[in-house]
Design a protein around this ligand. Structure first.
Ligand code: C5P
Length: 235
């Protein structure tokens, strides 16, 4: 990805659909208002690498959000396979442990692909963590996994905007913080529990913002993206 000269280049639009034409049209229409596209399990499971390739023909950077979590050898192989799509960013679950993350980082080491760790899913509460045997507050677990991701050689983590300041203190500057759960003041929160505006997320220190429904679910997605871009430019 070329250097960021405009704040809107930090936005990755989440193309959460199974419909290739819809995703391709959105990607083409949004070029110039967002910096990249995010493709996740929904689109990938329905359309595979061929479908992703159709999207990346728009020329924007790709965040391939497949959140791998498996034995180290399998995760490394999956990362290597994903490199055929020349992703700007890929990710793995940090809870897969240091050996898995070291294998993931090593698989992408001679490439420009950024490998991120997912700390604690923003959909999980303290009670959800306790249920699976993690008896600490989500923020403590996020910091623990963020530091482990860094010491394992990953390039950054996906986290909530509410965790950005504490994480930045724990992992330093040269570690990418990618933030979903973003809502402009004029958009609905949908199922996101803790939302932050695009401007506030950047002010807090996020490197990239993942924004889905406020753009893709808007009656006029291009207008919505331009509105967000304008709000960010006014920082
Ligand atoms: O539509 P919305 O803006 O809520 O989309 C957010 C995107 O970020 C979705 O693709 C979702 O899967 C993803 N995501 C998230 N929370 C995380 C990790 C990823 O919302 N912790």
């Amino acid at each position: 990805m070329t250097d960021i000269t405009h704040p809107w280049q930090r936005i990755f639009v989440a193309l959460d659909t199974t419909d290739v034409s819809k995703a391709v049209d959105l990607a083409n229409g949004l070029k110039g208002s967002v910096g990249g596209v995010k493709v996740g399990k929904e689109f990938f499971t329905a359309n595979g690498p061929e479908g992703v390739h159709r999207i990346t023909e728009c020329g924007m950077p790709l965040f391939l959000d497949l959140k791998f979590h498996d034995i180290p050898n399998t995760v490394a192989s999956a990362i290597r396979a994903s490199l055929a799509l020349k992703p700007f960013m890929v990710n793995v679950h940090a809870s897969g442990g240091s050996r898995m993350m070291i294998a993931a980082a090593d698989a992408a080491k001679d490439t420009d692909t950024t490998v991120l760790g997912v700390t604690v899913l923003t959909s999980m509460s303290g009670e959800d963590l306790a249920e699976v045997g993690v008896d600490v507050e989500p923020l403590e677990q996020v910091l623990r996994l963020g530091k482990l991701a860094k010491s394992s050689g990953l390039d950054g983590v996906v986290c909530s905007a509410k965790e950005v300041v504490a994480l930045r203190g724990a992992v330093g500057k040269n570690f990418k913080l990618v933030v979903p759960g973003i809502r402009p003041t004029w958009a609905s929160a949908d199922d996101q529990r803790r939302v932050v505006t695009p401007k506030d997320a950047i002010d807090l220190g996020a490197d990239y913002l993942v924004i889905g429904r406020p753009i893709t679910g808007h009656a006029d997605p291009i207008k919505a993206a331009r509105l967000i871009a304008q709000e960010l430019t006014d920082i």
